[in-house]
Design a protein. Structure first.
Length: 320
């Protein structure tokens, strides 16, 4: 058996630890080292046998790494991608790969200039029921698809600190749905209409020449989407689902309908962990000279563009 692909994990917060749990069962990929800037977070990183470093340079200058998994706050994605790219390492970056389309384009350009494999971690592309739905749509099994609906409702709102640097509900959550809708249907996202509720004043931080500014976030949003192939889409986002985190997709076609409850509160994070593990293993193959089966930089740009347009449609979420 070939030795495992040595992955450097950059960021050991909530999502970083989710990746650690997912990869604990992999024979193909092993987390060889961890970089985490927060001393408090470093002290509580689960013992995995991987050394924990206070910075990216310290980790990459010391360890032999085959690729990097970036799981830092969204507003640091571009900075960290650029730093890792300078070391010449293949990169798997958590979504959305930047707060803005401009940041994502710069990140993609940095990896392309270095000639590096680059993938964005839209893990739902590795969920078996969603893959089956995509294949059924592509094969014409549902006939003409009139509507695809994608739902994501979290059990509770995020902390104020997380929310402030997340980009808001469309950038933090909605990009999953926008990417999933494009991937399932093979169509692009055109015009969209937005209805929101649960405005949270002062929820987001924006940085410009005048320094940090704040605008609101919202805790639920419904988006009606026009698809390039003539169908329609619905994106439903919310942060009050006390039973637990929930995500599902539905497709309505002239020959049938399909509903996938792929993230069910009764099953916890099992489906997500399995998909994250397969995603990392697929990335290892890609970084070793194989084909990318996940989301590309162009996919991330398209999803973030839709999220940015949805955000711009809500006056309260635009920076004052």
């Amino acid at each position: 058996m070939a030795p495992p692909f040595r992955l450097g994990l950059i960021g050991a917060g909530r999502m970083g630890r989710t990746h650690l749990r997912a990869l604990a069962g992999s024979d193909r990929v092993a987390v060889a080292a961890i970089a985490e800037v927060s001393e408090q977070t470093r002290r509580s990183v689960p013992a995995t046998g991987a050394p924990v470093y206070p910075g990216i340079a310290e980790m990459l200058d010391t360890e032999t790494i085959d690729g990097a998994l970036i799981v830092v706050p969204t507003d640091r994605h571009l900075q960290v991608i650029s730093e890792v790219a300078a070391y010449g390492l293949p990169i798997l970056c958590e979504k959305p790969c930047g707060l803005t389309v401009a940041q994502t384009k710069k990140a993609v350009a940095a990896t392309e200039a270095a000639g590096l494999p680059f993938q964005v971690a839209y893990w739902r592309r590795y969920v078996p029921p969603l893959r089956a739905l995509r294949e059924r749509i592509a094969s014409g099994g549902l006939g003409t698809v009139h509507l695809v609906a994608c739902y994501q409702w979290d059990d509770r709102p995020p902390s104020e600190g997380f929310r402030a640097h997340s980009g808001g509900i469309f950038v933090d959550m909605g990009v999953h749905e926008f990417d999933q809708m494009r991937w399932l249907t093979g169509q692009e996202i055109g015009g969209l209409d937005v209805i929101v509720s649960g405005v949270v004043p002062g929820g987001l931080v924006h940085h410009d020449a005048g320094g940090p500014r704040r605008s609101a976030d919202v805790d639920s949003a419904q988006v009606l989407v026009e698809l390039s192939g003539g169908g329609s889409g619905i994106v439903s986002l919310g942060r009050f689902h006390p039973a637990g985190d929930m995500a599902r997709a539905e497709a309505f076609g002239t020959n049938g309908t399909v509903r996938c409850d792929f993230l069910d509160p009764a099953e916890g994070e099992r489906a997500q962990l399995a998909a994250l593990r397969e995603q990392a293993e697929s990335f290892a193959d890609f970084a070793s000279g194989g084909t990318c089966t996940g989301a590309t930089g162009a996919d991330a740009i398209a999803a973030l563009d839709a999220a940015a347009r949805a955000t711009a449609a809500v006056p309260a979420m635009s920076a004052p």
